[in-house]
Write a protein that binds this ligand. Structure first.
Ligand SMILES: [Fe+2]
Ligand SMILES: [Fe+2]
Length: 269
């Protein structure tokens, strides 16, 4: 399977980059599955249903979320009707929506996509490791599903690496989101799971993690309420990871970073 994972879509700049460029990327890379993190799409905070629809129409198969999942409250009922938008699995039982979805791709193959949130330097939630372990008991990689993707929405690189090694050989990809900066440690772990600590955001990199740099920097100088943060509006770099997997095992055979458009150095598989 040919898979593209893109990190947090931030504001209009990120949304426009995704909807305008994904159709061509999908054709050019002959993609079977596209997963994007949408938690910052709405002015940096949350995801509105019309934005989710636009991402899906542009060729996204699954949208994951994170700590900003509920910032646009309209998403709450929408999660019940659109199962391709998932929120972290380790919210308390009874939380609207789901933390995992199985989608069918070309050739009748099935892909599991999961989303969890880390607990280091984040709001405390249920154990994300046990949440993934429980979900994996319902599927067999290489048999009932041909690929399994996990978005670990977390702050700490240590927690994300621990995830990669804990599930090495059980998932096609473990990839981090939330820090909005791409890491250069993309690799295939010894057991065959593709891994990258953070995919990086899809947004304007002349910014403080996607927000206008002046106001964002001032917050560190003055410990007082300042101007409201707003997303930077320059051209976005689409940031993420491309991978190829073997349908018979569900494990990764190739990983390559993608950084397209905007300020970051360009690399397209
Ligand atoms: Fe984010
Ligand atoms: Fe986040």
């Amino acid at each position: 399977m040919k898979i593209l994972f893109l990190g947090d879509i931030v504001g209009r700049s990120g949304r426009d980059a995704l909807t305008q460029r994904l159709p061509a990327l999908r054709a050019q890379l002959d993609l079977d599955l596209v997963v994007v993190n949408g938690e910052n799409a709405s002015h940096g905070f949350g995801l509105a249903p019309d934005m989710a629809r636009a991402f899906l129409a542009a060729g996204t198969d699954v949208i994951t979320l994170g700590n900003h999942a509920w910032d646009r409250r309209e998403i709450i009922p929408f999660l019940e009707e659109e199962k391709r938008v998932i929120r972290p699995a380790n919210f308390p039982p009874g939380t609207p929506g789901a933390g995992a979805v199985v989608v069918e791709v070309r050739g009748g193959r099935r892909a599991l996509v999961m989303n969890v949130m880390g607990r280091l330097f984040m709001d405390p939630l249920d154990d994300p490791f046990r949440a993934v372990q429980a979900e994996l008991q319902r599927h067999t990689l290489g048999r009932t599903i041909q690929a399994a993707i996990l978005d670990v929405h977390a702050e700490a690189s240590s927690e994300k690496q621990a995830f990669g090694h804990s599930f090495d050989g059980m998932l096609s990809l473990v990839i981090g989101t939330h820090t909005h900066v791409p890491t250069a440690d993309h690799q295939i772990l010894p057991g065959g799971t593709a891994y990258q600590t953070d995919a990086g955001m899809c947004g304007d990199y002349d910014s403080v993690i996607g927000m206008q740099k002046g106001g964002a920097a001032l917050r560190f100088w003055k410990k007082m309420p300042g101007e409201k943060l707003a997303p930077a509006e320059g051209e976005a770099t689409l940031c993420g990871l491309y991978l190829e997997t073997d349908d018979a095992t569900g494990l990764a055979t190739r990983v390559a970073p993608l950084r397209q458009g905007g300020r970051l150095s360009q690399i397209v598989p």
